[in-house]
Design a protein around this ligand. Structure first.
Ligand code: RFL
Ligand code: PHB
Length: 391
């Protein structure tokens, strides 16, 4: 057994874990990262793409924003379309802020590069981590490293950044955990394609046949989605079926759409989930390990970054001898988490077709859309949530 000591052990090398280690490094706190899968797999994941201003700030704080600054595309607004009618929400005019298009895949690559440049210790390919003694002064992790064999890490703090299916949250005894969940009766089929984006801004469309979303990664790479039925898999969708469905749901807004073979095509289920304890003893959860939002609103990655920023500051204070921020972390993070859950749930409810909706509920969706079109107050509410609530 190899035994190692660490101030902070970070479980998971997704954006949350990598950013936490980078922010801690900036303030002189050393960490070790343990990741279930390979570096190649982590770098190949295609997920989110729209960044709140706070996320951009965090990447600057982490000193990982050089490529972001060279390649970012800033958006002044977003478009909602409902049965062919549209409203363009001028988020910059209303809030003074913009959102930024820059892919999660690129953020992860930038963070891995930064970790490697400073020789951050990362254990890749370790799928069997077990956490123990979480409520003691010396919590532990045991796992098998493919080259070194069994490893024990004795830490002072463990950060659970290991995503929704990780072990960190599961290590909190079930009788202590309070979990709230809503699973939506549909998924999103996402297509990444090397063609210029059809719309200037991110465009969310609710059509009688279902939801569609047009987004982008660059001036030459587009990210498009359509709502899928429960139980559908990628095998049920040829790329021809995708383009026909996408065009129909966008209506005239699809004019000029350039189609092609996908670089990637996958289905994501939609879920809202919160674990109301983001701390258990010396274990602190951040990102998808603690909560999931449906992707409507583009909040998953941004929420993970908001947690990490708060946790990094609290750990930095703890390292200097002040523990109060760390003890407040769970409650303060959750207060923001629930507001973001609300916005993601609201936009999901407004923009999708639900099989069990009665005429009344359909009329409510339409009335809400008409209200947004007519009301600056309603648009401001969407805009301030979309650019990101204060920390
Ligand atoms: P991640 O990205 O899931 O990273 C967690 C990392 O932990 C590793 N891990 C473990 N490591 C050690 N031991 C274990 N036992 C472990 N178990 C797991 C995993 O291999 C992984 O490397 O969580 P993190 O860092 O909190 O980041 C959160 C974001 O990734 C997530 O919120 C967003 O990507 C959500 N999401 C989307 N959000 C958006 O805002 N817009 C989107 O379009 C969007 N698309 C998506 C998504 C999430 C998806 N998932 C999780 C299936 C599409 C997909 C497919
Ligand atoms: C994306 O660009 O992948 C994206 C944009 C907006 C969303 C979700 C995903 O709400």
């Amino acid at each position: 057994m190899n035994t190692q000591q660490a101030d902070v052990l970070i479980l998971g090398a997704g954006p949350a874990g990598l950013l936490l280690s980078q922010l801690l490094h900036q303030s002189g706190v050393r960490s070790i990262i343990v990741e279930r899968t390979s570096k190649e797999r982590v770098l190949s994941r295609i997920r989110a793409g729209v960044l709140e201003r706070g996320t951009v700030e965090a990447l600057h704080e982490a000193n990982c924003a050089t490529r972001l600054e060279a390649e970012r595309i800033d958006h002044d607004g977003l478009i909602l379309s409902f049965d062919g009618d549209q409203v363009s929400i001028p988020i910059h005019e209303l809030t003074g802020h913009r959102v930024t298009v820059y892919g999660q895949t690129d953020i992860t690559a930038d963070l891995v590069d930064a970790c490697e440049a400073r020789e951050q210790q990362i254990y890749w390919n370790c799928p069997d981590t077990v956490l123990s003694k979480l409520t003691s002064e010396q919590p532990c992790a045991h796992f098998t490293d493919p080259t070194r064999g069994r490893v024990e890490i004795q830490a002072k703090i463990i950060a659970g950044c290991d995503g929704f299916r990780g072990v960190a949250r599961q290590s909190i005894p079930a009788h202590i955990r309070t979990e709230s969940e809503r699973v939506y009766p549909f998924g999103w089929l996402g297509v990444l394609v090397d063609k210029p984006p059809v719309a200037h801004n991110v465009l969310y469309a609710n059509h009688a046949e279902g939801f569609a979303l047009a987004s982008m990664r660059s001036q030459t790479r587009s990210r498009y989605y359509v709502q899928t039925s429960p139980g559908e898999t990628v095998e049920d969708w040829s790329i021809e079926r995708f383009w026909t469905t996408f065009k129909a749901r966008l209506g005239p807004l699809s004019d000029g759409l350039e189609t092609g073979e996908p670089v990637e095509m996958s289905i994501t289920p939609l879920r809202s989930y919160v674990c109301d304890q983001m701390q258990h003893g010396k274990l602190f959860l951040a990102g998808d390990a603690a909560h999931i939002v449906p992707p409507t609103g583009a909040k998953g990655l941004n929420l993970a970054v908001a947690d990490v920023r708060r946790l990094a500051r609290a750990i930095t204070q703890w390292d200097k001898g002040y523990e109060a921020d760390l003890m407040r972390y769970s409650n303060e993070a959750l207060s923001r988490v629930w507001k973001v859950e609300r916005f993601s749930w609201y936009l999901t409810a407004l923009m999708h077709q639900f099989d069990d909706h009665s005429v009344f509920e359909k009329k409510m969706q339409r009335a809400e859309f008409d209200y947004i079109r007519a009301s600056t107050a309603a648009q401001l509410s969407i805009a301030e949530n979309y650019v990101g609530l204060d920390y």
